[in-house]
Ligand binder design. Structure first.
Ligand code: SF4
Length: 288
């Protein structure tokens, strides 16, 4: 029976952030299939530096959920903030990009609702096999955070199966890269930089030009540890990175028990080969 709402009860809204990644997409699918009565506002915070595949996948997702995904843009773009930060590239230790281009636009979007006393239910894609992840912390007493995938017991294999059975499948970039987010995200492994160079040479060149300007402005940091992208792109270095990756995959495969019932799980992804960078594992906004 539907309960009548008293006129004094606060307004409630439901929001679900999509990163263009696997887990948030599977959460949207799960909510559509299991909680269709909830009127969810879907959103995507756009840094303006995302992969083309992310935009394509969001389009497919809109078709599946039958609703538009609101694009939230920061008032100022990456180039503006880069200048403000003295051309120092963002890094795991000074991750100004996530705050300025992902978190603040989200907070700005919700501010009028929270100030008006609205209860905001936020749905976050933490899986059942991620017990150590606490997820987005509610920063306002009217914000209620929910973890439906975890509560429903869905692990990594289950979210992949869910996306497969919905017909959406995985975002196309999973073929060569482990997570969503900016083309030049510093959480990329070296093999992913090599692949970015092949898949999106223009984006690789853009990343190189940001790095050059950072070095010219006195920043000691490059996108990837201990070498510039110019150095990484040298043919002999590329061959070395690819050889190292192939070796790690072979070692990992040798250890892994084949599981014919969960064939997709037996595919090795980049995070399994190198481990998830600790700070990236905490970044729900960009990479979920
Ligand atoms: S995807 Fe990477 S570079 Fe982009 S905002 Fe997130 S942490 Fe920063």
């Amino acid at each position: 029976m539907t309960q009548m709402k008293s006129p004094n009860q606060p307004r409630e809204i439901h929001v679900l952030g999509l990163s263009g990644g696997r887990d948030s997409a599977s959460l949207a699918v799960w909510m559509r299939q299991n909680r269709p009565e909830i009127d969810i506002k879907y959103f995507f915070t756009d840094t303006g530096k995302e992969l083309k595949e992310v935009y394509d996948y969001l389009g497919e997702l809109e078709g599946f959920i039958g609703k538009p995904i609101e694009r939230l843009n920061a008032d100022r773009d990456f180039d503006f903030w880069l200048k403000q930060y003295g051309h120092f590239l963002p890094s795991p230790r000074t991750r100004w990009c996530t705050r300025k281009l992902k978190i603040e636009p989200f907070e700005h979007w919700l501010k009028p609702e929270l100030e008006a006393g609205t209860i905001v239910h936020s749905y976050v894609a933490i899986r059942a096999d991620e017990p150590d992840r606490s997820g987005m912390i509610a920063t306002h007493p009217n914000m209620k955070v929910h973890f439906p995938l975890r509560e429903a017991g869905l692990d990594k294999a289950a979210v992949i199966e869910l996306l497969d059975s919905s017909g959406l499948g995985l975002p196309a970039y999973y073929r060569w890269r482990s997570r969503s987010g900016c083309t030049f995200c510093f959480y990329q492994q070296k093999i992913e930089w090599v692949r970015l160079m092949r898949e999106h040479p223009d984006a690789f060149e853009e990343a190189k030009s940001y790095e050059k300007s950072a070095l010219e402005h006195g920043s000691p940091f490059t996108w990837t540890q201990k070498e510039s992208l110019d150095e990484l792109a040298r043919p002999e270095r590329v061959a070395q990175i690819e050889k190292d990756y192939d070796l790690r995959v072979a070692r990992r495969k040798a250890k892994q028990l084949a599981n014919p019932l969960r064939a997709r799980l037996s595919e090795i992804d980049i995070d399994e080969v190198y481990g998830v960078p600790e700070a990236a594992s905490g970044c729900l906004t960009c990479h979920k």
